[in-house]
Design a protein around this ligand. Structure first.
Ligand SMILES: Nc1ncnc2c1ncn2[C@@H]1O[C@H](COP(=O)(O)OP(=O)(O)OP(=O)(O)O)[C@@H](O)[C@H]1O
Ligand SMILES: [Mg+2]
Length: 310
């Protein structure tokens, strides 16, 4: 039994490349592309694996892109399990314009899942080894999936398994109605949940507390990009500042943060230490180009720096 299972209902093959200028109506010569497995839960599993925490990544596999994603995951060494689907797994393309450093991200639509395929996901989660400490539900729901699907999964998961949820929009809104251990909105996602723009830290605390008070959510981690993150529980609220780093690409920062955080929790660390590790993992990913995620060496260096208060 792996201490962490991640579920990615809408995974992707992430391709990234660069070109001098992005302009219309002409061929753009691109550098050799980098191809990586992607999608919320898969990125979280990649970070956990890099940080030395055993993980099993569950994902939906469709068509030729799905096969490719399977090969890419095999090459990482991460143990994984796929749910076969009829539709085609999606692809993402990130192009960096070298002249300006701007990043253009093209995300193709993902497949829809049939009733039977959605039921297969429910059955898989219902049959999860009850001794699994953490289940991470991360990323968007498949096109046309019921917006309360994460909440449904949370309801069928074994009682002792702590659920970590990172998604947005209606999937998040319904998800927080279920029994969730930890939810990680960014400040825009928190604002959408609150139905108003969350302006300052007092406001973050108020909205996050209301999620906790409603019953199902134990911990709200609100990520603030370069501002780090805040943590809110029934009793406490605090802010963890991110270290200052050289910015390359923010792709995967949120997933890395969740990966670092869950790595700390899976090792049995106190929440405050796990959050610091998560913030360091997010910051470390920002220093890598394109869709590349953090390295363990960078995360540990940044944690030490944060502990020294520099
Ligand atoms: N510019 C930055 N400098 C340092 N750390 C950063 C920066 N941007 C992000 N981070 C780190 O990554 C974490 C997550 O970033 P962010 O709040 O942007 O998540 P997100 O909006 O969920 O991202 P994503 O688009 O990947 O879902 C932050 O809490 C912080 O630790
Ligand atoms: Mg995010």
């Amino acid at each position: 039994m792996a201490p962490v299972v991640t579920l990615t209902l809408n995974p992707a093959v992430d391709m990234s490349t660069s070109t001098e200028y992005v302009v219309g109506d002409r061929k753009l010569r691109c550098e050799t592309r980098v191809v990586e497995p992607g999608g919320g839960g898969i990125n979280v599993a990649r970070v956990l694996f890099e940080l030395g925490v055993a993980t099993e990544a569950w994902w939906t596999r469709g068509g030729a892109v799905g096969e490719r994603l399977g090969h890419l995951l095999d090459a990482t060494g991460i143990s994984h399990r796929s749910i076969p689907i009829e539709g085609d797994t999606r692809e993402h393309l990130t192009v960096v314009e070298r002249a300006s450093g701007r990043q253009f991200r093209f995300n193709m639509p993902g497949p829809t899942l049939s009733e039977a395929e959605l039921d297969a996901c429910i059955d898989l989660v219902a049959g999860l080894d009850p001794a699994t400490p953490y289940l991470v539900l991360s990323g968007s729901l498949p096109e046309d999936a019921p917006t309360d699907f994460y909440a449904r999964l949370a309801r069928v998961a074994p009682a002792g398994c702590r659920i970590v949820l990172d998604t947005s929009g209606p999937a998040l809104e319904h998800g927080v109605e279920a029994d969730i251990f930890l939810v990680k909105p960014n400040v825009n996602e928190l604002s959408a949940l609150a139905g108003t723009t969350v302006e300052d830290e007092d406001h973050i605390r108020e909205v996050a507390r209301s999620l906790v008070r409603r019953g199902g959510v134990d911990v709200v981690i609100t990520s603030l990009g370069a501002g780090g993150a805040t943590a809110t529980t029934a009793e406490e609220h605090w802010h963890v500042h991110a270290p200052t780093v050289r910015f390359r690409s923010a792709v995967g920062a949120g997933d890395s943060m969740v990966g670092g955080l869950v790595a700390g929790l899976a090792r049995g660390w106190p929440l405050a230490d796990a959050i610091r590790y998560g913030v360091a993992a997010g910051a470390a990913t920002v220093t890598t180009p394109g869709t590349q995620l953090c390295t363990r060496a960078d995360v540990e260096r940044l944690v030490e720096q944060m502990e020294r208060g520099s």
